[in-house]
Design a protein around this ligand. Structure first.
Ligand SMILES: [Zn+2]
Length: 181
């Protein structure tokens, strides 16, 4: 992946020195760290980054994250990516902790994240109320034209968390990110 532009931006930003590193700027920096499973959406928009705390002397950042699946083999890599990104913008010490105390669920995907998924032809998971219902599974909207006149081709797409559909309106096949409660 090429984050050349972003890196350059941040280098300009940090080279002005004495600039305050706020928790807000840490969130913004992590908005450029993509989910390794779906490289079109950031870990922030995916709802994986659950908390960021900056020490009062601004020397240390503490980040908490909850990956989408506990068996996610990319966890170590994700921790490293988060760590490296914050070091890059000038934080001296970064601690990243992965926790599953509160499991990830698909409602945590931000509105911007949902738009990003759509832009890449991936239907975002419908918002749920804590349980998977038949209605929820049938509530699928084509990411290209917004039509709900869609058929499911297979409940299993290229990965377990996606299903394959066909839009009867714009005649395109698309994947949906399945809801997770
Ligand atoms: Zn369509």
């Amino acid at each position: 992946m090429d984050y050349g532009l972003w890196t350059m931006d941040y280098r300009l930003y940090t080279s002005k020195s004495k600039i305050m590193i706020t928790e807000q700027s840490l969130w913004e920096a992590l908005e450029t760290v993509m989910d390794p499973e779906i490289p079109t959406i950031s870990m922030v928009d995916m709802g994986i980054i659950t908390g960021i705390i900056m020490s009062t002397d601004q020397s240390k950042a503490f980040v908490e994250m909850t990956p989408t699946f506990s068996g996610c083999p990319a966890i170590k890599a994700m921790e490293q990516m988060v760590h490296d990104r914050l070091i890059e913008i000038g934080v001296k010490e970064v601690e990243v902790r992965t926790t599953f105390n509160k499991p990830w669920n698909s409602n945590l995907i931000t509105e911007r994240g949902r738009q990003h998924l759509k832009k890449h032809g991936l239907a975002p998971p419908p918002k749920h109320h804590g349980e998977i219902t038949q209605e929820l599974l049938e509530n699928i909207e084509c990411p290209f034209c917004g039509s709900k006149n869609v058929d499911m081709k297979t409940p299993f797409g290229p990965t377990l968390c996606r299903s394959l559909h066909y839009c009867n309106n714009c005649l395109q096949a698309f994947e949906q990110f399945k809801p997770v409660v």
